[in-house]
Write a protein that binds this ligand. Structure first.
Ligand code: 5GP
Ligand code: ZN
Length: 112
């Protein structure tokens, strides 16, 4: 099965790395929606938040923790947003779980 973000994690498709460790890979979004737009994705293939199992608790916590660490490292002291789109109604377009970190400008609410 071919998966865009698996290929990005493996390095066969280039990306701009922001952070990586044994569990996750974070990289710049190709179509940034804010001055800072980073995607944090698990190295293992998980299709969606909706596909997570109980054993993924720690990994999910790690993804959020990593988003907060990146926000801190990027100096987003005025705030930022963390988003997970899940499934068709959630607007998910790449079927490999990822957390969006958006910051660097005021973000409006509610989302579209
Ligand atoms: P989703 O809509 O699934 O929540 O988010 C997918 C994100 O992946 C989008 O923000 C989109 O811009 C980004 N994206 C899609 N293809 C690529 C790519 O080839 N490289 C990078 N860096 N980001 C991508
Ligand atoms: Zn994948």
């Amino acid at each position: 099965m071919s998966c865009l973000f698996c290929e990005i994690v493996e390095g066969s498709i280039p990306s701009t790395a922001v952070y990586q460790d044994e569990q996750c890979y974070a990289f710049a979004d190709i179509h940034p929606q804010a001055p800072e737009h980073v995607l944090i994705t698990p190295r293992e293939h998980i299709g969606s938040l909706a596909d997570c199992i109980e054993g993924d608790h720690a990994l999910l916590g790690h993804l959020l923790w990593t988003a907060a660490q990146i926000a801190h490292a990027k100096g987003l002291t005025n705030g930022y947003r963390v988003v997970v789109n899940a499934g068709e109604d959630g607007g998910q377009t790449v079927d490999h779980l990822h957390v969006h970190l958006l910051g660097g400008r005021p973000l409006t609410w509610p989302p579209g």
